[in-house]
Each structure stands twice: as C-alpha cells, then as structure tokens.
Design a protein around this ligand. Structure first.
Ligand code: NAD
Length: 419
C-alpha cells in the first residue's frame, strides 16, 4: 500500500510512502532528527497534509551492533530492498578484520551504480574561489567498477607473484619497472557499466533541460579502459538519444568531411534547437577548467576514481565540503539511498553544534527523486534565505562576516521558519 514501486522505469509514490532511514553513528543522532523535522515541515507546508513520509527506522552501524550483535542486520538490507528509497546518516567504519565498510556493502548489495553529487553554491557561504555562483554541476560517478573494485594483490605475497608470472609469461608484459616489489591492481571498465552510467546522466540532463553532459576520462593514457568509457559513452548517446543530442564526435566527423565552418554551424544549430550537447574532456584538463571556466560544465559523467577527486574539489569550490549531499542510485531497479557525505564527526558529537545540511540536502535530492519537487524547492529556498542572512552552524558561521552562529536545533528551527 504505502510502498514506493517502479512503474515504467519511474518511481510511483503513494501519498504516504514508507521510507526506511538509518540514523547513523556519532552526529547521526543529531542530524537525522533535525533533517527529518525540516523535511516533514516542508512536505506539510507544500501539500497541506495530503502527503506525508512514514519514516521507518532500520538499524546499521554501532546502534545495530549494540542491539543485535550485527553491524548490518539482514532486516535492514531487506527494508531497503523492499521500500526502494531510503536515507542514511554517516556510519562508523568498524576497525578490525573481516568487516566490510557498511557503505560499500549497501552499494554492492543493491548494485547502486550511480553516485550522484549535485554541486551548487549558496549565497553567503564563504568559498575559496572568486565566482562560486558559476559552479552548478551534477556529478554522475560510476560506483561499481574501475580500480576501485578492490581487485588487488599486496607485494611480496604468493598471489602477487602469480600475477607477475602470468603477466610476464603469458601476456608478454615487459614494462613493469620494479617487478619483485610491486603490488598489483586491476581496473575493470565495461561496456555495460559505462552505458548504464552515461544513460542515467543523459536522461537526467534531458529531464531537467540542462545544456550538456561531459564525459570526463583519462583515455589519452589508459586507452582501453578510460578511452573505452569515452567511446562507449558517445556511442550510446548517438544510438539511444540521437534525435535529442549532438555529440562532439559528430562534430569531429563533420569537420573532417566538410571542414571546421560546417562543424561549427552544425553545433550552433544543435544548440539553437535545444539539443543536449555531449562532449568529453581529459580529467586533468577538466580539473583546471573547473577553476577557469566552470560555467562550461553542467552534468558530468565519469569513472569511479576520477569521480572521487572531482566530487571533493567541486564541493570545496562552493565552500560546501561539509554540506554537500549525495545519493547512490540504481535507475533500473529504482533503488536509491540518499546520504550525508561527511563522516560521523565523533569530535563534535553530542554538542548540538553539528551542521545537518548535508543530510538535509540529500533529503532534498530524495524529494526530487520522488517527484515532490515543491517540497524540495521549499527547503532549498529556506536554506538560501538562511545563509544569505549569514545565519549558520559554527562550521560555516566562523568564516562569514557578521555571522549569526546557531546550534543544530536553532538552525533547524530557523529553516522551518524560513519555509
Ligand atoms: P568526518 O567527516 O567525520 O570529520 C572530519 C571533520 O569534519 C571533523 O573535524 C568533523 O568535526 C567535521 N565535520 C564533519 N561533518 C560535519 C558536520 N556535518 N558539521 C560540522 N562539522 C563536521 O571524517 P573522519 O573523522 O575522517 O571520520 C570519522 C568516522 O566516519 C570514521 O569512522 C569514518 O570511517 C566514518 N565515515 C563515514 C562516512 C559515511 O558513512 N558516508 C564517510 C566518511 C567517514
């Protein structure tokens, strides 16, 4: 009844959806109720009681371990599987053998192949760049492949020896500089993995009328993995979205056949016609360009490791490293977990000073995902107003002029008042 389901590839949301949440360790006990209070108030205000989220707490992390002896009980996995959409606070990474990172476990179990990070600036928030308002990007980071897949062998082990022998004797590899003391890692990048990520990025851009999708890669050096990502990404754009996109591969073909002027004209016509421009850039040049011409970029599609660096740099550029939201999504099954991107902040836990914005903005992404755009917009506006008034928790307030420094609960109340 109150379950979100997937209908024709889109979440179908009842008026009172059950949404499982993990409170989170450390500051989780403070940010989760604060974020929920603001989300509930925004939903109430936007839909006058017609819609309401039925929060369902599920356990993970320290709280789960204390109560059940398991860090990630099976019921928690089952709830995320069953209810499709969930939200989570930060979790301690348990130290000691044999316990996987809980975040990685959730991502892998549900095959959440997109890590989505929207990055925008809020007026009033102090940034290290001159024109942070020009940064407005949506990063689609591939979440399941790449050197991040964790296929590695430590130097000096029999396994590393075996890999070395295989590479030398069967693959004819001669380029390993210090073979006897090397660790080895494998970087799988597939056609399927690339296509589902790039498809999600293009659909997202088209739905929102955004101007471009940029494939960010190191294909100049890693030709078959990162270079493959670029080629397969362009291929998919032309094959599945040919009538609504114009790719820079098309541009190059026209330039070769008919000259630069014709190619420029075709690009201009495509822009006039409102087509989505699909382009690519080498990762190092991209990082430089984000500082010089950030306005040239909108949706970014990239591999796992590049995406890790890019997410943090862009968040830092808008002064938002502590407030950046994120989500891990499988657009095919509809499974999505929205999350705070910071850790458990044990040094400030229990002091009522933590900033709940990262989790709250993840909640905004969640509302958008549900199609409850009015409530999402209301929270964003309330946040804009609060920061523009130079009111914030201490982590941001300490950098603002004439700042009003608020506790977590005061900040929550201020946001609710500003809805
Ligand atoms: P952290 O993000 O918890 O803290 C880094 C610094 O930022 C600290 O000084 C902290 O006080 C501050 N900070 C973080 N979030 C804040 C907020 N919302 N408001 C104000 N200040 C904030 O990173 P850490 O110390 O490296 O990690 C602590 C624990 O969190 C570890 O167990 C780690 O594994 C875990 N962790 C979990 C996640 C996750 O669940 N997604 C992510 C990162 C780290």
């Amino acid at each position: 009844m109150n379950k979100i389901t997937l209908v024709d590839g889109k979440p179908s949301v009842p008026e009172r959806p059950v949404i499982p949440f993990i409170e989170g360790d450390g500051v989780g006990a403070e940010i989760t109720p604060a974020a929920q209070a603001v989300i509930d108030a925004a939903v109430e205000k936007s839909y006058g009681g017609k819609r309401k989220i039925e929060w369902k707490e599920v356990l993970a992390g320290e709280k789960a371990f204390r109560r059940t002896g398991s860090w990630l009980p099976e019921e928690t996995m089952d709830a995320f599987r069953e209810y499709l959409v969930g939200i989570k606070g930060p979790l301690t990474t348990p130290v000691g053998g044999g316990i996987r990172s809980l975040n990685v476990a959730l991502r892998q179990e549900l095959d959440l192949y997109v890590c989505l990070r929207p990055v925008r600036w809020y007026k009033g928030v102090v940034s290290p760049v001159k024109e942070p308002q020009k940064v407005n990007m949506h990063i689609f980071r591939e979440n399941t492949e790449d050197i991040y897949a964790g296929i590695e062998w430590r130097q000096g082990t029999p396994e590393a020896r075996k890999v070395l022998d295989f590479l030398r004797n069967e693959m004819g590899v001669k380029k390993i500089r210090f073979p006897e003391t090397s660790s080895f890692g494998v970087k799988p990048v597939s056609v399927e993995g690339t296509e589902r990520l790039v498809r999600a990025a293009i659909e997202y851009a088209l739905e929102r009328g955004l101007p471009s999708v940029t494939l960010v890669h190191k294909g100049n050096i890693m030709k078959f993995t990162e270079g493959g990502f670029k080629l397969w990404g362009y291929g998919l754009a032309e094959r599945e979205f040919g009538d609504r996109t114009f790719t820079m591969m098309q541009y190059d073909r026209i330039r070769q056949e008919a000259g630069a002027e014709s190619a420029d004209r075709a690009l201009e016509e495509a822009k006039q016609a409102g087509k989505l421009i699909v382009k690519d850039v080498i990762a190092d040049a991209f990082l430089q360009n984000t500082l010089l011409i950030p306005e040239e970029y909108s949706v970014i599609a990239t591999l796992n490791l590049n995406g890790d660096y890019i997410s943090d740099q862009l968040a830092a550029m808008v002064g938002g490293i502590g407030i950046a939201p994120g989500a891990n999504i499988n657009y095919r099954t509809g499974h999505a977990i929205f999350e705070a991107t910071h850790g458990t902040a044990p040094n400030i836990a229990g002091k009522n000073i933590v900033n709940p914005s990262s989790l709250l903005l993840s909640g905004v992404m969640m509302l958008d995902y549900l199609g409850w755009h009015e409530a999402a917009k209301a929270i964003e506006k309330a946040m804009e107003k609060t920061f523009a008034d130079h009111a914030a928790t201490i982590d941001l307030a300490r950098f603002m002029d004439d700042a009003v420094s608020l506790s977590t609960t005061e900040f929550r109340d201020r946001l609710i008042n500003n809805l």
